[in-house]
Design a protein. Structure first.
Length: 367
């Protein structure tokens, strides 16, 4: 309980929001991860404290004091983004202090509690692979030798974000290779894991939180030889495509990417979604939203490097119309959501689009 001096001015802390849920008014202090049900008198008194109020010796003020939501100074935050970003930033922080004690004992206790927890949820595990039900298409066998032409350092140094594509086609074999190395199931057994240890899911070339592989890849084929234009879902464990949207979507891809129209000249784009029910199953705390985003980041970097090793040019964006993209991918609302897109194709390799270069050139001439 925080000690509050009576007859002294105090303020309501700024790390909170109000939520009306099932007929109840909930005050959520997202820095401390505490929730309180409010009455109307509580709400009115909190409004008083939001602008500074003297603490009184009343039942109401004592209850508000006990909740620990008052401070002895007015808000003077250095935060420059909006409140939604503030809620995400602090609301996904770890809610507990570190455990202090003998290192070996803490390590054993953690391992035991983690193992027990995994066992307790094993009967509710979600489906490992998402099958949408569309017509399935076999992909060419991956040609892994094609990634040996450049060293890792050469690929890292050569990778550039490109916004100037020429619209030319790439082969289905290249697309197959890229899907497999970034998202495919790498089935090599791990000799360090005892045979009696139960595992979930499958393994990719990029790390994944909890080994859950929550990211689902969707291919928007724009100009791929041997593959009709449309949207496909990649089945990671089977190395197949299934049709999601047959034929071209209603508008060019750039329209859905907030008018980043240079994307219309890509050969293909891969949208990465997150199956959030997988995350919720193992990680019920909102902090799990962070590794969910990290998973997509790992995969996008792997894909960028593999695209570069194929002597193609990559481009990625997280700027798109979420609802419209989700509808095209036929995602179930609140269970699966698009997070990031990586596209590729042939082109000049310039980080500036043709329109940008024309604009800057004309501006230079005018000056």
């Amino acid at each position: 309980m925080t000690t509050i001096t009576l007859d002294k001015q105090h303020w309501l802390n700024t790390s909170h929001f109000l939520k009306i849920h099932e007929g109840k008014l909930i005050f959520w202090d997202y820095k401390s991860h505490c929730q309180f049900e409010l009455s109307v008198p509580h709400l009115l008194r909190l409004i008083d404290f939001s602008t500074g109020s003297t603490v009184r010796d009343t039942i109401l003020d004592r209850e508000i004091n006990q909740a620990g939501v008052l401070t002895d100074h007015s808000a003077n935050s250095a935060w420059k983004w909006d409140w939604l970003a503030h809620i995400f930033h602090y609301g996904t922080c770890h809610p507990l202090p570190p455990a202090i004690g003998l290192t070996d004992q803490i390590a054993f206790d953690y391992t035991k509690s983690y193992t027990d927890f995994c066992e307790s949820i094993s009967d509710r595990e979600p489906e490992v692979e998402l099958i949408k039900g569309g017509l399935q298409i076999n992909l060419p066998k991956p040609d892994l030798e094609s990634f040996h032409s450049l060293s890792l350092w050469e690929v890292l140094a050569k990778r550039r974000t490109c916004r100037d594509f020429d619209g030319s086609a790439i082969s289905l074999t290249d697309v197959s290779d890229l899907l497999f190395v970034a998202f495919g199931d790498q089935r090599a057994p791990d000799p360090t894991i005892p045979p009696n240890v139960k595992t979930y899911g499958f393994r990719r070339t990029s790390p994944s939180a909890g080994g859950l592989q929550c990211t689902e890849p969707y291919l928007w084929a724009i100009n791929v030889e041997g593959l009709p234009t449309g949207i496909y879902h990649y089945l990671s464990r089977q190395h197949k495509l299934e049709i999601v949207t047959e034929g071209p979507p209603p508008h060019p891809i750039g329209t859905y990417l907030c008018n980043q129209q240079w994307a219309n000249d890509l050969a293909f784009a891969i949208f990465m979604t997150c199956r959030m029910e997988k995350m919720w199953w193992k990680y019920p705390h909102s902090r799990a939203y962070r590794p969910m985003l990290m998973d997509v980041g790992h995969l996008s970097q792997t894909l960028n490097l593999c695209i570069t090793s194929k002597h193609l040019h990559p481009w990625m964006t997280g700027y798109f119309h979420d609802s419209e993209i989700a509808e095209l991918l036929q995602c179930t609302p609140e269970l699966e959501h698009p997070i990031l897109m990586v596209g590729a194709g042939h082109g000049s390799g310039s980080s500036l689009s043709r329109e940008s270069r024309e604009l800057f050139t004309s501006s230079f001439v005018e000056r």
